[in-house]
Design a protein around this ligand. Sequence first.
Ligand code: SF4
Length: 469
Amino acid sequence: MPPASVKRPRAASAGSPAPTPIAAPRVGFVSLGCPKALVDSEQIVTQLRAEGYEIAPNYRESDLVIVNTCGFIDDAVRESLDAIGEALAENGKVIVTGCLGAKPGEGGGGLVAQAHPGVLAVTGPHALGEVMGHVHQHLPRPHDPFTDLVPEAGIKLTPRHYAYLKISEGCNHRCSFCIIPSMRGDLVSRPIGEVVREAEALLKSGVKELLVISQDTSAYGVDLRYRTDFVGGRPVRTRMTELCQELGALARSHDAWVRLHYVYPYPHVDEVLPLMAQGLILPYLDVPFQHSHPEVLRRMKRPASGERNIERIRGWRAAVPQLTIRSTFIAGFPGETEAQFEDLLAFLKEAQLDRVGCFAYSPVAGASANELDGALPEAVREARRKRFMAVQQRISRKRLRRHVGTVQRVLIDAAGPEGAHARTMSDAPEIDGIVHVAPHPSLRPGGFVQVLIEASDAHDLSGRVVERT
Ligand code: SF4
């Protein structure tokens, strides 16, 4: 079974190497988890290719398999452990990296080593050097100069026209439901010069959309005390607003989009709204509010109360009327009363958010929320999630309907004889909706076209090309 193509179809094709003149050692790669984990995968695959390893399309042709795991929720843990088991059964030589690798097992030792003692090595997330050390030990690096042909932008596991740009690792918050800080550590920001250089290389390689990711984009640079770095010889502070200015200017010169993810509602977020109004970065904010009620937010150890968030949303929309706001919430958090849940529904109706995800609370091993009293039965948590989504579906349907009859610039993700799947500036890849575009000769992946929106539902839009941009 193909290690990457089955679990994550995008991984195999992107990592397929050019033929090399002599047989190079071949590594299979399975990439699981969130965009942050995907960026770790890209860095490892890039390094492997830089050193002359090939990326194998299946277990049989692999000399060794790397599994990049996720350990966030129980389902992800199960999926990761299954993937490791499969790689061991099919190939036998397996190195494990990623969040699950940092997770302790019962009674000491790592969870992965306890579940699968046959693995060659285990590392935590964001551990390129460590992973490569284990690869060198178990599959010595080749000495073939012809294999050094790696594009400047590195190997991307996303489609060629969009790329995740990781600006920092780790997080200084301690939300009670989350174990990411214990797996990925405190915030470590990349200096702004390094981030902008990577962005430029990506844009030069044909990327049309940069997706800025981190655990907390608003906190970018806090750990460095907003240290001044150099971008093209100019001194620039390592800070969110400056980063958005630099990325926006670069993207504009390459006719590309910049989209911000994981933005916390701190006051300085207001500084980036003028950049959205000017069209330098997309008018899109992905803000994980998680709840509205101050008491629930306190138990979650989240900053900012629901009331202030409504004010912020109003302010943002006044500054940028075309702003799309995406958020995520948790229903059925321990101790959440029916009244507090109804407060959340009222917030939702008032906020009129464009894109919303909701999870029924699920206890994550190692999270401090597990110690809270008032745990709710699974049926209640799930029923609240469904009620939440029913309310949001009506809102999403209504907000999407506003696009019908307008002409939107869309970025095409996939195209064929049946038409195309594309996205407006309101839609992030994989998490938001899509635009179904009727067949047209100008449709090609990675291209922008103007589309007249003719219909909508609760998630997606459909329309036809009216003019090439
Ligand atoms: S902000 Fe909270 S939920 Fe997000 S990574 Fe940090 S601790 Fe986890």
